[in-house]
Write a protein that binds this ligand. Structure first.
Ligand code: 26V
Length: 812
């Protein structure tokens, strides 16, 4: 590594010359970024090799975290941070007339995920490496990641995210480790003398899965794990023979494109929509390539199959990679010659599953015909798993047809992926206490009755390295001055900040840091959006995917209500607030797009109205992403976590805000409940229906939104502005569907029901914000308690309870 600044500068200049043919004077910022990246990669590579050798030598059990999404964001700054090079490089570059943060901006986000689920996977990789655990990610190398969002005429427009048009400097293509994945075709069975069946697979289509490895650098420990991303790449053999190529070049190209399509794009939907065949292909592609590669590594150890689960754990992030279960069975039986019982024992003991949502519409199921046609042998195995499972149920619950039909993996012409995942694994976990309880008591009650020992909770977490050390360096220094630096490796120690609760100078310092972050963010907003925002106003932020249950609409209606109050009484004193939103809507999700349009309309009306725009302002940040989150979270005062109780499995943005000293306005949902437990009533603003109340309303049907609309003048007036002539509707029908959802269709997400209580909570926020010292104390308590939400804690729990792996000590 670099011994000092000078050493770094020499290496930097040399790399610039030898690899890019430039000098510091002639290099562009992009050249400098690539040079720095290449230097970092050189050092990473040494530790990467060492780590692999160490794992092999120690025969360390390996965890493979299978996920269709890894929302990594940018890597340069985080790699430097984890390698303890950040300040040396920062200073070294500055002397050369370059700015590290400007170079970091040159990197495109690796946006290979939709939202919380994908970002969680990325935080987990950071924690695995930082805790010296042998855990790797297996994912897809999509050519196009999460779409780029533009707002045109106040509406969302999606553009392809062509992120690979700029080289992804961290990946290493490993063609020598490519594998074949097969689709379609037919199966024939032949019986040998012993009566054993052999299955022959013919007439299939095959495609190469080529791995691209991305290093995952641990914090200050020389560990480098791997994120392996698979790309679908046809060979000429996969497509047509040479003669056919010559006569049907057009067909060849069509076929080639159809094969490449498998890793072409990330499904932007997090949903179960039509046109899913390609998605099923993607899922099997990841699973088959991944499982084959895991088996290849295991076989290098020359151990008996009975030791497979001592060496390997495979985790499925939601049900998307659930085909691991039949795929592992297939390979063990058809290729390795194991019997059903032995293969099943190995499969169950090595596979574990996390559920990330209870929304029924989000649960994956595939039409039987589709699975059978695309994956004939895999389907036979699923069918057999189902058959055996139903038989065992029949023994346990004789005559209970209802229950068995309810639990079956294959039923009503569908393959139910959650059922397959539960039956085929030894551990099923939810992502926050409340979520896990809802799974056990309601959504998966009958599975819980059958396999109570499989169910457990693992409350989500976030990496404090990206979300505090890197995103908020000023706060990081202040904390370190106050309690020393041990918290960086043991974030629970942030709790020691509680000792500072009466230290007025420290509380003032927290305030100054927040103000500085707000000013920096305001500058960025001005430069990128041309909107002036007041850093002395409350920065109130809701950033997350747009969905009905997340209730951005509740926030928007509250802002309309504030506007109405200010217009009807221009002398009204309110604490100035700037409301920020960042949200992408799935392209086919009409309602969500309407909410985006409404927020942009509200922003347009309010920001240009001089009667109100020094008191409230609304900013919609287009193309919300990991790197935008890193900018806004340190500058936030109020974190909006206002989902309909019971609907948000956990949330992780809530934790990032808390760690950066924002106060939560939230429902008792997901991990908000646990944040509340840690900080106590006085340091969080909770409001609204409880999850029990919500679930009871759904059960009893006793809610009438129209009644509320008719009784509450504030609600009626605000909603009428959506459809009658008003500054917001401009006399058009753009927002009729929103009105209808709330009034005519009985407000599925209880927006109107929670409206009054939300207004009260927000009033309290405004009052409290004016008492600066007390506010700063609340902020301190949130930071101090946030260590419990570090993904290091979460990963230690997974390692201990689910994967049974230990630290690989001797690396550093
Ligand atoms: C799926 C669907 C599909 C149907 C349409 C609407 C919809 C909405 C959400 C989803 C969620 C897919 C799974 C997911 O991303 N869950 C998120 O996982 C995070 C990490 O555990 C957790 O913090 C979030 O609360 C949870 O929504």
């Amino acid at each position: 590594m670099f011994s000092d600044k000078k050493d770094f500068q020499e290496a930097f200049k040399k790399k610039l010359k030898t690899q890019f043919g430039k000098t510091v004077d002639t290099a562009t910022e992009y050249d400098a970024y690539r040079t720095l990246g290449a230097l970092v990669q050189d050092h990473v590579n040494e530790n990467w090799l060492k780590t692999r050798q160490e794992y092999q030598a120690k025969k360390a059990k390996q965890v493979y975290y299978f996920s269709m999404e890894f929302l990594m964001g940018r890597l340069l700054g985080n790699n430097l941070l984890n390698m303890q090079l950040l300040s040396l490089v920062d200073e070294g570059l500055e002397e050369l007339g370059l700015s590290l943060s400007a170079l970091e901006e040159k990197e495109k986000d690796a946006g290979l995920g939709n939202g919380g689920l994908g970002r969680l996977a990325a935080c987990f990789l950071d924690s695995l490496a930082s805790l010296q655990l042998a855990g790797h990610g297996y994912g897809m190398r999509y050519k196009y990641g999460m779409f780029d969002q533009q707002i045109i005429d106040g509406k969302q427009v999606e553009l392809p995210d062509d992120w690979l048009s700029q080289q992804f400097i961290w990946e290493v293509r490993r063609p020598e480790e490519a594998l074949e994945v097969r689709f379609g075709g037919h199966i024939s069975a032949t019986e040998n003398d012993n009566g054993d069946l052999t299955f022959n697979y013919y007439g299939y289509e095959q495609i190469q899965a080529v791995p691209y490895d991305v290093p995952v650098v641990g914090y200050n420990n020389d560990t480098v794990n791997t994120l392996r991303l698979w790309s679908a790449e046809p060979t000429v053999d996969d497509t047509l023979t040479k003669a056919e190529v010559e006569s049907h070049y057009g067909h060849f190209l069509d076929h080639k494109r159809s094969l490449e399509a498998i890793s072409e794009f990330l499904y932007p939907d997090d949903s179960n929509e039509e046109g899913k065949r390609l998605r099923l292909k993607q899922e099997y592609f990841l699973v088959s390539a991944g499982v084959q590669s895991v088996i290849r590594s295991f076989e290098e150890l020359n151990l008996p199959w009975s030791q497979f689960s001592d060496q390997v754990a495979m985790h499925i992030n939601d049900t998307h990679p659930a085909l691991i279960i039949p795929e592992l069975m297939r390979i063990l039986m058809d290729d390795k010659g194991l019997g059903w019982e032995e293969a099943w024992e190995i499969t169950q003991s090595s596979v574990s599953y996390t559920n990330h949502t209870t929304l029924v519409e989000a649960l994956e199921s595939w039409p039987v015909d589709m699975v059978r046609n695309l994956l004939p042998r895999v389907f036979m195995i699923i069918d057999e798993i189902n058959e055996r499972f139903c038989q065992s149920l029949w023994k346990a619950y004789p005559g209970e047809f209802d229950r068995i039909a309810d639990l079956a993996i294959v039923a009503d012409g569908q393959v139910k992926m959650a059922h397959l995942s539960i039956v085929g694994s030894h551990s099923v976990n939810g992502v926050a206490k409340l979520h896990t309880e809802i799974l056990k008591k309601r959504e998966m009650k009958r599975f819980y009755d059958t396999f109570p020992e499989r169910f457990n909770n693992k409350t989500n977490g976030i990496t404090h390295r990206r979300w505090l050390l890197h995103a908020n360096p000023s706060l990081t220094s202040a904390i370190t001055e106050a309690i020393g630096s041990d918290w960086k490796e043991d974030p629970k120690q942030l709790q020691r900040l509680m000792e500072k609760k009466d230290d007025l100078a420290f509380l003032d310092q927290l305030h100054d840091i927040k103000q500085e972050n707000k000013r920096n963010f305001a500058d960025w907003v001005y430069q990128t959006q041309n909107i002036v925002v007041d850093p002395n106003s409350i920065f109130d932020v809701q950033i997350k995917r747009l969905h009905g249950y997340k209730r951005q609409l509740l926030n928007a209606l509250h802002i309309m209500h504030l506007y109405n109050e200010l217009k009807s009484d221009p002398t009204l004193e309110i604490v100035p607030r700037t409301f920020f939103f960042g949200a992408k809507a799935a392209s086919g999700y009409h309602f969500a797009k309407k909410v985006i349009q409404l927020i942009n309309r509200i922003a347009h009306v309010i920001n240009k109205d001089p009667e109100v725009n020094d008191k409230i302002k609304v900013v919609f940040l287009p193309n919300y992403s990991v790197s935008v989150a890193e900018k806004i979270i340190p500058a936030t005062n109020v974190s909006e976590q206002i989902s309909t109780a019971s609907k948000e499995a956990s949330g992780t943005g809530n934790m990032k805000f808390m760690m950066n000293g924002a106060l939560t306005v939230g429902t008792m949902d997901g991990a908000n409940v646990e944040i509340h437990d840690f900080v106590g009533d006085d340091h969080i603003y909770t409001f609204g229906l409880s999850s029990e109340e919500v679930l009871e309303y759904y059960r009893s049907g006793g809610y009438s939104s129209r009644e509320l609309y008719e009784q509450d003048d504030r609600i009626r007036h605000t909603l009428d502005q959506l459809i009658h002539y008003s500054p917001f509707s401009k006399g058009e029908t753009d927002f009729q569907d929103i009105y209808d959802a709330l009034v005519t269709h009985n407000d599925e997400y209880f927006v109107l029901k929670d409206f009054a209580d939300y207004i009260l909570a927000q009033k309290k926020v405004s009052q409290d914000y004016q008492r600066t010292r007390q506010w700063n104390l609340k902020s301190l308590v949130n930071i101090a308690q946030s260590g419990a939400f570090s993904s290091d804690r979460t990963i230690q729990e997974y390692a201990r309870d689910i994967w049974q792996i230990d630290r690989v000590q001797s690396l550093k």
